[in-house]
Write a protein that binds this ligand. Structure first.
Ligand code: FE
Length: 288
């Protein structure tokens, strides 16, 4: 029998400063409790006021033990990394970077023609067996990301399968579903999700009823909020009647391993963090 997932909690994103003074809305941050296993972090960058002054970005910094996923709606992020990748992530593009044992990169946002920057960065954990694996990189242009529309629901599929359509990002340990979803006013979206996976939805426009509408379990949610789903094998979301609901939806298999986060590193033990810091100091962090 289908079990509709109820809502465990609704998280209000908090403003934080990162990089060289970039203001972000953060709803998930890496912590030892690892409550959103395999997801470690979710940041929303939204600048649209020229009065915010010159844009600062994320000058060269390392990562180890995680995957960083950048998805833009407006504006671009110029990037460059120690694997030799270089380019711009623009509206609708996806960059899925698996840092493995180590990568150094730079991420510099730039406003789009409308003067705004709007995008998301997700961090996905790597299991212990892959934390020191060779770094890997997947980047897809907007045109390579399939868009599927059914009964008033439009899904841009980055990873995993929605309505029988698979996203281009593959071979990720957490077996993620990741998609941008737009639900027309009043329409109900139902999506099967693996029973044991963590499921969260970042609502960035509109409002809706989450969980089983017409029952006591339904919960009203308004943008901007991160919704954390409880156990079950299907999610249901009904958009409010006045405007479409837009969200980033993610699901992934938890690794159930202890984690030790430290800035841009997420490892399994304190010793592994110390090792990363030693290698950064002595110049052996990035290996061929
Ligand atoms: Fe980074």
């Amino acid at each position: 029998m289908t079990k509709i997932r109820t809502i465990r909690q609704i998280i209000e994103p908090q403003f934080v400063m990162e990089g060289a003074g970039v203001r972000l809305r953060r709803s998930i941050a890496p912590r030892r409790e690892n409550s959103f296993d395999p997801f470690l972090l979710f940041d929303h960058f939204a600048f649209n006021d020229p009065a915010e002054g010159p844009l600062r970005g994320f000058p060269t910094h390392p990562h180890r033990g995680i995957e960083t996923v950048t998805y833009m709606l407006e504006g671009v992020v110029r990037h460059r990394d120690s694997l030799g990748n270089m380019g711009e992530i623009g509206p609708g593009d996806i960059q899925w970077m698996t840092s493995g044992r180590g990568i150094l990169h730079e991420e510099m946002p730039r406003r789009g023609p409308g003067g705004a920057i709007y995008g998301f960065q997700l961090w996905v954990n790597l299991p212990a067996r892959l934390k020191m694996s060779a770094p890997k990189y997947q980047e897809f242009n907007a045109s390579a990301i399939p868009e599927v529309e059914r009964n008033g629901v439009k899904v841009r599929v980055v990873a995993g399968e929605f309505f029988g359509v698979r996203g281009p990002v593959t071979e990720i340990a957490a077996e993620p579903l990741y998609a941008e979803v737009l639900i027309q006013p009043g329409v109900e979206f139902c999506q099967a999700v693996p029973q044991d996976h963590t499921v969260v939805a970042y609502v960035f426009e509109g409002r809706g009823l989450f969980a089983n509408s017409g029952t006591d379990s339904a919960v009203g949610v308004e943008a901007v909020s991160m919704v954390d789903f409880g156990p079950g094998d299907e999610i249901r979301i009904q958009a409010g009647s006045d405007q479409p609901l837009r969200m980033m939806l993610m699901a992934g298999a938890p690794f159930n391993e202890p984690i030790v986060p430290y800035g841009p590193f997420v490892m399994n033990t304190v010793e592994e963090i110390q090792q990363a810091l030693v290698e950064l100091r002595n110049g052996t962090f990035v290996r061929d």
